[in-house]
Design a protein around this ligand. Structure first.
Ligand SMILES: Cc1cc2nc3c(=O)[nH]c(=O)nc-3n(C[C@H](O)[C@H](O)[C@H](O)COP(=O)(O)OP(=O)(O)OC[C@H]3O[C@@H](n4cnc5c(N)ncnc54)[C@H](O)[C@@H]3O)c2cc1C
Length: 476
């Protein structure tokens, strides 16, 4: 009988296991695949490396900083300040470099005079339309990213800049994504002060500790080395790979967890279950023992994504690719954007090739589900990249210049925290608290989609409180 069984050994499950082992809890981590890390996949290529999954983590996460220190991984960290990591937008005609300064974005040529004036009018308006809408019942359910941003920044800035940026994180539909989650900080500023402009004014002149400039980070051996370092701190008998959880039953005050590995089935018992897999996978396992919770989890939609890693000869380019990559603002494009994988950190540079990772699909391109990877590669990735790099090229790109290194289609990749998510979230939290206190849900589908959010979700286990409670019980 374990204190906890964890289902899923992606970063959420691994970080949970790490915390449980620090608090001397007995646990078993079950993973259906033969490898750890879930969505993460670091692949060596020549003297470089690319990721067929997440590429970088923002170092603003406290959990990540502590984890790196605790695992003594400091010397393995690759870091690039966000300000130095140049980003581009493909506007349908050419690549435009984006400055990290929001004000200079307005003068970048991407925005027309009309769009700029609209921004000034909306942003500096002291009679925010939100004030009118805040009492409106519909508005209480949540507002879409598009409505929120157009109210605050005008139509052109919303469509050309903000929505393009959001594609890179959410691959979502701006008419459905909830501003409360996808634009969390801005939405909070508006709620607290009545408008974003007023929120900024309220901070103006106030002395504050200088905040540390944010960086993107990875590790010399790729993101997956964080998972490996965690695993090295966990006793081998606490982890079972190739163990797919098929069924969970509740018997008196314990859970019976059945796993399969090929023909073999096994059964384990635990007082608590931690689910660290995608919400629809959890929903399936909970169908019999917590149907109401399962129903709420099934409401969360995931957008599809296909990833293509490939290289192109440096000799085809007239200009050095020196940045993070580009995002596409072109309506007709299926490619959401491309990361310049070999250029993210100097340690990954190759002499004669650039390595790229292109993302295709998202909530607005559901049709990619019907198309084979071969078809996506030939019909979209190659022709669209040929258009993107126009003025950066020394000679037109040929099909044979593209060397495909790896690809993956993820049918349900990114959870979409759409309008109405706050309601789903609060029902889930209430069910967990009042009806299923021994079920715990971790991952990136409750508060945010990034790795930082997945790490933070582990705080909901509240092990400190449980330890204090146990201590009090023992003393009594
Ligand atoms: C293409 C892509 C790119 C991304 N890029 C970034 C990025 O650059 N930066 C960033 O911050 N975030 C990024 N994200 C988001 C990030 O990947 C997630 O926040 C994070 O990896 C979620 O980890 P997880 O452990 O919660 O889930 P997962 O990684 O999905 O892990 C879940 C695990 O559960 C296992 N499992 C499922 N069902 C069972 C079962 N029945 N029995 C046993 N095991 C089971 C799975 O095999 C898997 O190993 C990206 C996501 C995608 C899809």
């Amino acid at each position: 009988m374990y204190d906890y069984i964890i289902v899923g050994a992606g970063i959420s499950g691994l970080y949970a296991a790490y915390n449980l082992s620090k608090h001397n809890k007995s646990f078993l981590l079950l993973e259906k695949n033969s490898s750890l890390g879930g969505t993460w996949k670091s692949i060596k290529y020549k003297d470089s490396l690319f990721e067929l999954g997440p590429n970088t983590i923002i170092d603003s996460s406290k959990d990540l900083q502590l984890l790196i220190e605790d695992l003594e991984l400091e010397s393995e960290v690759l870091k690039c300040p966000l300000k130095e990591s140049k980003r581009y937008i493909f506007d349908g005609t050419e690549l435009q470099e984006l400055s990290s300064n929001p004000l200079s974005l307005l003068f970048s040529g991407l925005i027309s005079t009309g769009g700029f004036l609209d921004f000034l009018f909306k942003f500096f308006s002291l009679t925010q339309s939100s004030k009118v809408k805040i009492n409106d019942e519909e508005f209480q359910k949540g507002e879409s990213v598009r409505d929120f941003a157009e109210r605050n920044f005008g139509k052109e800035i919303t469509r050309k800049l903000l929505e393009t940026f959001l594609k890179g994180v959410w691959a979502g539909d701006p008419e459905k994504l909830s501003a409360d989650y996808a634009l969390k900080i801005l939405a909070q500023m508006e709620k607290e002060h009545g408008s974003i402009f007023k929120a900024l004014l309220s901070k103006f002149g106030k002395s504050k500790a200088k905040s540390k400039a944010k960086s993107i980070i990875s590790f010399k051996e790729g993101l997956q080395s964080l998972c490996t370092a965690i695993v090295n701190k966990i006793a081998a008998e606490n982890i079972a790979l190739n163990s797919k959880v098929n069924k969970i039953e509740l018997e008196a005050d314990k859970y019976i967890v059945e796993t399969s590995s090929g023909e073999e089935t096994k059964s384990f018992q635990a007082k608590n279950i931690i689910f660290a897999s995608k919400s629809f996978e959890v929903a399936e396992l909970l169908g019999a023992i917590a149907p109401d919770l399962s129903e709420e989890l099934n409401e969360i939609y995931y957008a599809p994504i296909a990833l293509f890693a490939y290289s192109l000869p440096k000799s085809a380019f007239s200009k050095d690719l020196d940045g993070f990559g580009y995002l596409s603002a072109a309506e007709e494009f299926k490619t959401l954007g491309s990361i310049w994988a070999s250029q993210l950190f100097p340690e990954r540079n190759l002499d004669d090739e650039y390595v790229f990772l292109s993302f295709i699909g998202g909530a607005k391109n559901q049709e990619i589900l019907e198309l084979s990877e071969d078809c996506l590669w030939n019909q979209y990735i190659i022709p669209e990249q040929k258009r993107v790099y126009g003025k950066f090229l020394a000679k037109p790109l040929n099909d044979f210049d593209f060397k495909l290194l790896a690809s993956k289609k993820i049918t349900r990749a990114i959870p979409q925290l759409n309008i109405g998510h706050a309601e789903i979230n609060s029902k889930i939290k209430s069910l967990l608290q009042n009806k299923y206190p021994n079920i715990h849900l971790l991952g990136n589908y409750m508060e945010g989609v990034a790795i930082k959010d997945a790490l933070e979700s582990v705080h909901t286990l509240d092990l400190e409180t449980q330890d204090t409670f146990q201590e009090a019980l023992t003393t009594a």
